[in-house]
Design a binder for this molecule. Sequence first.
Ligand SMILES: [Zn+2]
Length: 329
Amino acid sequence: MSISSKMNRRDFLGGSAGIVTATALSSVGISSAKAAAPIVGTQVSQIYRRKLGSYEITVLGDGYVDLPNEIWANPGADEINGYLADAYQPAGSIRNGVNAYLINTGKKLILVDSGAAGLFGPNAGLFPGNLSAVGVKPEDIDQVLITHIHPDHVAGLLTNDGGVVVPNGQVHVSGTELNYWTDAEAQSKAVEISKPWFDLARGWQAAYDGRISTFEGETDLGDGITAFPLPGHSPGHTGYRVESEGESLLIIGDAVISAAIQFANPEAGAIWDTSAEDSIKSRKMLFDMAAADRTAITATHIPFPSFGYVDNRADGSYAYVPEEWRYGS
Ligand SMILES: [Zn+2]
């Protein structure tokens, strides 16, 4: 006879309450030991799995970078601080998480973006470790999709000495995007902060030479994945719609870099956006589409685990509704 079947309800509840209490206390590190426990200050992991139809998407966090209010071209710092206060966030800067995504179709492993490697300071560059933590080797990746060629989206595809991290498979990127970031004249006209990003883009192109496929406009890439243009953040900035068994997800890159700010004010934009006008147009189009279709979105810098929905507000702004944490994927 098993232990539980011998117990009556009262014994079971009383017994299990005792067990839970002891387990809970030990799991959070509270014990009767007298030694002081250190304050850790970091999370155990930045990894999250979410099913989409028969696919499974794994968010592979790359860490974060703090971006001061000076990165906003519009609106001014006071207004930015107002949005941050509304979101119960400290004034003066945003803490910007960075994600890469791994789509497992059941037959293929498709990587979307790759994190910043060592370029975004000591709190980023976690992508390779998190990829390895989920048991995937870079050589197992069949395909790479790029939302845009900014350092925090492509630098993780390069080793410290400029070699390839993902040795097999095709890399897909917008042709407009690749042309822009490898163009000397565009580099000379770009805002100061983004000038070095062109050098990175050229190195990246050289490393993956022969394996880069470009597309223009809305393009079916197979496996239920459609690339669609979201220009403005960069000229060929691209979103990917992923569909499996009637479920859809929009991977929107940097169409939103701050959930606290850009849903309340979709006209807020960064100093490195190549076209403020296009960026606003893309963002509003995307928000209206996601709200009308009730489609889930995920963005590189929306707070982890970075899945949510968009609602229209009566005043023309938008509300972000984070998806509740899924205990199973
Ligand atoms: Zn970007």
